[in-house]
Design a protein around this ligand. Structure first.
Ligand SMILES: NC(=O)c1ccc[n+]([C@@H]2O[C@H](COP(=O)([O-])OP(=O)(O)OC[C@H]3O[C@@H](n4cnc5c(N)ncnc54)[C@H](O)[C@@H]3O)[C@@H](O)[C@H]2O)c1
Length: 323
């Protein structure tokens, strides 16, 4: 099988490319390197089963070229980050909504039936229900959340109107190797690891009692593989929470990070933590029910948050100490 991975030079996309190549798939990566990096795809760049197309999902031509003769799409390309979308909603909308639509159209025209895409836990918005079940969502709290919800609506309509098979994976705070620790929109885990390694104090937004269902990248890879393999003749549109199913507060997260980094460098245990104001658009608590994915896809997450954290720390420590 030949799989198109959009955003394949990014954090999640590059991990997907690597896993698919290891399984013997042919992989086409479409990326414009807006946030992706060449170094993310270097480990498998020379694999003859890997093809890179430098292109932009905002251009229909680029999407059409990328969809030629592929059997399925894993659509990861988007502009992530809630704060980025609050600062510049137009660009987030162009990439995440218009780009998504271009890719759906290109996939439809190339007769690519299976379309698996990166949805988001941000779609739960202001819903206070815990754990989050796929059918109960609230109102979006950011432009980013709107874009990700619109993706689900488009996928649903394309399945009904054009007979496609769409699976949205609502990722919950994914972390692991190659997630960018730098820049204004860095995710909390790589950012804090980098700061701690450099003896800088991480700043927690708020009192640290906000919680997240932090999800290790291997669980996300497994969900994508299950979504590709899901057997169905008819068209359909499904969404699944993609998480571990456990909640960790920011205070707990920092204490695990310090605990797991201390064997590498004892001085890290002494670093103080700073608290800043809460961030606009942040939801207080996030916890997934993974029952639907277990029941329908046979998902069983292999890595707890803490097991994943140990692997991620080992990767970051080696990478950041060398650089
Ligand atoms: N990381 C998470 O915790 C998380 C949570 C929920 C949803 N998601 C979604 O998962 C997907 C992957 O996220 P990630 O964390 O790997 O982010 P990332 O920024 O590392 O990867 C996104 C990739 O998309 C590419 N891209 C951006 N705009 C593009 C365009 N116009 N044309 C072509 N390529 C473009 C970037 O260059 C990058 O390689 C995104 O859709 C994101 O919204 C991520």
């Amino acid at each position: 099988m030949k799989i198109l991975v959009t955003g394949g030079a990014g954090f999640i996309g590059s991990n997907l490319c690597e896993a698919l190549l290891e399984k013997g798939y042919q992989v086409v990566c479409l990326d414009n390197f807006a946030t992706g990096k060449m170094e993310n795809i270097l480990p498998f760049y020379s694999n003859p089963n890997f093809q890179l197309i430098v292109g932009d999902i905002r251009k229909l031509d680029d999407c059409q070229k990328a969809c030629e003769s592929v059997d399925a799409v894993l659509h990861e390309a988007a502009l992530g980050s809630v704060p980025r979308s609050i600062k510049d909603p137009i660009t987030s909308n162009d990439v995440n909504v218009s780009g998504f639509l271009n890719l759906l159209i290109a996939a439809r025209d190339a007769k690519v039936k299976r379309f698996v895409y990166a949805a988001s836990s941000s779609t739960y918005g202001d819903s206070k229900t815990l754990p989050k079940t796929e059918e109960v969502i609230g109102k979006p709290l950011s432009p980013y959340a709107i874009t990700k919800y619109v993706n689900e609506l488009y996928a649903d309509v394309f399945s009904k109107t054009y007979g496609m098979q769409c699976i949205g994976l609502r990722y919950f705070n994914v972390f692991g190797k190659r997630q960018d620790p730098d820049g204004a929109y860095a995710a909390v885990i790589p950012l804090f690891i980098k700061q701690l390694i450099n003896y800088q104090s991480p700043t927690i937004n708020g009192d640290g009692e906000y919680s997240r269902d932090f999800t290790y990248i291997q669980n996300v890879i497994d969900m994508n593989i299950l979504a590709l393999g899901y057997k169905a003749e008819e068209s359909f549109s499904l969404v699944f929470n993609t998480a571990y199913g456990e909640r960790t507060t920011l205070n707990q997260l920092v204490s695990y990070l310090k605990e797991y980094l201390t064997p590498y460098d004892a001085k890290i245990s002494e670093i103080e933590i700073i608290h800043g104001p809460n961030r606009l658009g942040d939801i207080p608590h996030s916890l997934a029910s993974i029952d639907k994915a277990k029941k329908i896809l046979g998902y069983s997450p292999k890595y707890s948050m803490r097991e994943g954290l140990k692997e991620a720390i080992d990767w970051y420590y080696n990478k950041l100490r060398i650089n």
